[in-house]
Design a binder for this molecule. Sequence first.
Ligand code: NAP
Length: 369
Amino acid sequence: MAKTAGVLSTVAFTTAGLPPAAIAAKKAKEVVEVVETVDNTRNFLAAGAVLFAGATAMKLTGGEKAQDFLEADPYYDQSAVPVNVYKNKSPFTGKVVSTKRIVGPKATGETCHIVIDHKGDFPYWEGQSWGVIPPGTREKDGKPHAVRLYSIASSRYGDDMTGNTGSLCVRRATYWCPELKADDPAKKGICSNFLCDTQPGDEVMMTGPAGKVMLMPEEDPTTDYIMVATGTGIAPFRGFIRRLFFEKTPAAKAYKGQAWLFLGVANSDALLYDDEFQEAKSNYPDNFRLDYALSREQENKKGGKMYIQDKVEEYSDEIFNKLDSGAHMYFCGLKGMMPGIQDMLKGVCESKGLDYDEYIKGLKKSGQW
Ligand code: NAP
């Protein structure tokens, strides 16, 4: 199973006859409301027994909280990663710390960064997801709303490094009604609107943490990562980048590989966490690489929209070589990016006389894809 989040969960939708704005809004609603992470499909090399330290094992050094109190022993041992600790029937109640719009005025839609306090009782690893159960009941049958999965956008320590919070990156899903020529509030995304409207102190019913397929293979600190995201699909990769380049953990200290992020958004106002990524790039120019595809500001070589698959294609040989040398490639976001990326690799395989299907099979077998 590929290391994908979100991309496998997007649903088919009909856009025939709708104006572009309605198509975009309809797409956004349908995809954002089914954010989903592929569950545990990878086998991990577990080296010896480990204890997941837990948020309570906090150490203080020189007045500062040490950034290693949530590590396994050794730090890369994934045999005790928490999975589905809180289920639909007995969810966890988190409390919103802050909800902030993180895109500029010309962004398509509204994307928010939501920090949730879990008091250290809901530990997770980078690449995992939290489920959110929006309050209220469904109009059609009066039953409680279903859980929606969102990739966690912070590292396990949370943005405040306390180990007590986690962050979500959520785009408000709205539906543009072509007849009303306005947003139709009756069709807006229930969970994304709930989250984007939260205020500090609001309670959020949560499940998880879900998924192990997007975890980083930290056992080999020279591993190269290729991360490909569209829009809010950036969430897990922000967690990765914070872990690799912003923290004083054993994992960050050991990391000697190169992490390469490709992010596709509509325009520069819609860029997500750009300040952090620029900081990582300037602090670690040899270990962090960043490429953006701005679909409504840039053109691909055929004169069409610059989508993330077009940007990735510009580096096809390099990506092939990296994969050949053991790099791990991750995808998160819109399903539509996948055919372009697969075609690109297929082309490189053909030029090298390799069988593409066998090649991908090999990458999956070694856990690289
Ligand atoms: P979005 O803003 O609608 O789109 C992001 C970019 O992708 C835009 O530049 C868009 O271009 C482009 N795009 C549209 N169709 C594409 C295609 N076929 N191939 C490549 N690029 C394409 O994205 P979003 O609303 O943030 O949604 C991102 C996806 O990530 C959703 O499916 C969401 O479910 C998923 N996701 C989210 C999370 C999370 O935790 N929040 C986690 C996992 C996955 P144009 O608009 O110019 O066409």
